[in-house]
Design a protein. Structure first.
Length: 322
């Protein structure tokens, strides 16, 4: 290790010591949910997720477990119970050049169901700050907070949320070609897209794709349509089903634009959409025919089949730029 590298490593270690002093400090204390657990919010959540589980309706309804964090959110006006430690930690990171932030993952543990009428309180703590890490986005530190969520004073669940505070990686400078450049190497073959995992539960779907048909499962007991394909009905639990062919018409229900991480078989940025089919079910696919920055919620789309290589054809949806 060179002297410069050793000095940089020592400086990084010293800075990490400053960061770890925040571990265990509160990020929020005695926070209160702005609303009690309630049926309207549960209904909106279930409609957005397409979850028709009967456990979330009726007089004995519970809230979907994955709504745990939703009851603690402060909305646009925020919470007044946030501690200064979290802000001080971010100020320290910003001062060292780690000015960008990206959410990386979350973990939830459910200890008891939440029911309409439950009053939500919570406490949050800065659980850990990682040593300096280098990622595709840049170099920085992972910060993990843990929130304990209580319902009427009883611990109902734990939510861990992890972000990366980082300094964006610099773009490589454009280098001028040498006067006598070496012969360019042969271009590498483009990487293949990942192959779909075909099993006994979804092989009928992929057989339909080979015939340029988008097939939707239909329960023969209650006629509920379902997508993606499942071994049984999520409405009545019947294992019996047949299929209907989708018309191919749909609209963009939601979407994201993928920039990172780069993957050899894809050329970011590109749009990935949750498409609501005319039949009422939703599926995830790519949007073609319009630039990624022109994709919008409500955009009408039409099914088409895109051959991505000699052995793979995929259902995608073409939008109209008009």
């Amino acid at each position: 290790m060179t002297a410069d590298a050793a000095g940089a490593a020592e400086e990084a270690a010293r800075f990490h010591t400053l960061l770890t002093a925040f571990e265990g400090q509160p990020a929020a204390t005695a926070g209160r949910g702005k609303d009690v657990v309630n049926q309207p919010m549960i209904r909106h959540w279930c409609e957005a997720m397409g979850d028709a589980n009967p456990a979330y309706t009726g007089p004995d309804a519970i809230a979907p477990p994955t709504m745990l964090q939703a009851w603690t959110m402060g909305g646009l006006s925020g919470h007044s119970d946030r501690s200064s430690a979290y802000d001080d930690l971010f100020t320290l990171l910003d001062s060292a050049g780690f000015t960008s932030v990206v959410a990386t993952d979350c973990e939830q543990e459910y200890l008891r169901p939440l029911r309409p009428g439950d009053a939500i309180t919570f406490d949050a703590v800065i659980e850990s700050v990682s040593p300096r890490k280098t990622t595709k986005l840049g170099t920085g530190h992972f910060v993990t907070t843990r929130m304990d969520v209580h319902a009427d004073g009883e611990l109902a669940g734990t939510h861990r949320f992890r972000i990366l505070k980082y300094a964006p990686a610099g773009r490589p400078r454009e280098q001028k070609p040498e006067p006598k450049a070496e012969p360019k190497p042969e271009p590498k073959a483009k990487a293949q897209r990942p192959r779909p995992v075909i099993n006994r539960d979804n092989e009928g779907f992929w057989a339909g794709v080979r015939d340029h048909k988008l097939l939707i499962q239909r329960c023969t007991a209650c006629a509920t349509l379902r997508f993606p394909w499942l071994p049984g009905c999520n409405a009545c639990a019947s294992p019996d089903w047949d299929t209907v062919e989708a018309s191919g018409e749909g609209t963009v229900f939601s979407y994201v634009v993928m920039h990172h991480p780069p993957f050899p078989a894809f050329d970011p940025p590109y749009a990935v959409a949750l498409v609501e089919l005319a039949e009422g079910v939703r599926m995830i696919s790519n949007i073609t025919g319009v630039p990624y920055d022109k994709v919008r919620i409500g955009l009408p789309v039409q099914l088409e089949f895109l051959r991505v290589d000699d052995d793979l054809e995929l259902p995608v949806f073409r939008g109209s730029a008009g």
